[in-house]
Write a protein that binds this ligand. Sequence first.
Ligand code: FRU
Length: 493
Amino acid sequence: MISQTLREARKYEEVSEKLISERERPDFHLTPRTGWMNDPNGFSYYQGRYHLFYQYYPYESKWGPMHWGHAASSDLLHWEYLPCALAPDEAYDQDGCFSGGATVLPDGRQLLMYTGVVKEHQERDIYREVQTQCIAVGNGIDYEKYGQNPVLDERDIPEGSSRFDFRDPKIWRKADGTYACVAGNRPADGSGQILLFTSPDGFSWKFKSVLAANRDRFGKMWECPDFFPLDEKWVLLTSPQDMLPQGYEYHNGNGTLCLIGDYDEESGTFKETHNQSIDYGIDFYAPQTVLTPDGRRVMIGWMQNWDSCSMRSPDAPWFGQMSLPRELFLKNGRLYQRPLRELEDMRRNKVNYTNVTVSGVVTLKGISGRKVDMELKIRPKEGQELYQKFALRFAQDDTYHTSLSFRPYESILKIDRKFSGSRRAIIHQRRSLVNPVGNELKLRVILDRFSAEVFVNDGEQVLSATMYTDPGADGISFFANGTAEIDVVKYEL
Ligand code: FRU
């Protein structure tokens, strides 16, 4: 049975979607069918296609009572909208269906696990959101919420842990056919922890262990965990709130954290060996991964950040985009990311330059566009002193540009969108420490109308940022203070 609330959302999105033209959206990055989008949810492979759900408020381009929007794709780049999957329509989720994951049941049905939110009156006019974990089961389009929801609540968490910050279950089916999930929570110390739960059937759950404890090291509450094996190690991704910078790591208040380590499944313990930011740009949060049928671990994040939402006016017809799908791998104890290889099938009209001398501003014939895949190698010019600064400007016209600049003496790469159409005095730049190999810095820049994702040195770092200038601002130029030499390979997408 489809509730009135869900029926209305489905009717509304079907009509409103038609009011948004294709040119007003990115081409291969998923945006909400209408209204607001935040976190990716239920990222999974089901019945021969990828499914991506998302935190969704269809009625306005701002956050509201959370629904789950839904889209499917066979290549992770071309998405088809499906009807809104979940609406806040039960007593246990009446104030929101928050983030969660998805898996497949042995009988072929898809199981969604999400956080049900209910506001509880505290005193005077103060309310707090109680969060529990809930289940819905369906066929890839329609989902029925489980009669015995919630399946995890305050009785299932360690003593002293918060029932107000207990959310974002990411579920997976284990090789033996049983299930596990990780969820974010706040222990008595007020910072974050990731809890691990297990289930024989996906419906009845019990607490297994505290998989990881923040102990105030990386921000406060840990949101949206994901946990998976990768190249002989295990990786825990989470998005901490209220982070403090450490060197050039963790500069986004609502940041991202990758912990790499070893996992003992028997006892449910995870021993961390390395930590790093997941993305070093301005807009990236709450990523989720899927395992592809050919064994790749692919991650998509919300290409936005809670602190920079005022970047775009609330009158815009949609708000929030997903990042490019990124293939993950480990190298030298670090998480590396590369653009999904299927993106290469979309490349058209190659333009190639080698050994171009850049001193002052340079533009190159055929190098422009807002849907671009561009590889850039930057090095000092032989026989010349090391340049002071190299810059790439894109999404450029007389008024606007977004830029990347590199200062080799400091080894700092900066992304800057001060001139990218924002009318708000918010943070518009981010710096990252990068490691040129033998004096050469390698960048791959992917533009899709309203975003730039920069993969540094084959994915050692990634910087993501959105920009909402008119796609007519499509100039690209190069600049060096001193003399640099570059190779450029550019494709239209
Ligand atoms: C992270 C988050 C999640 C929550 C959702 C609500 O961006 O705060 O923890 O489930 O957004 O929309």
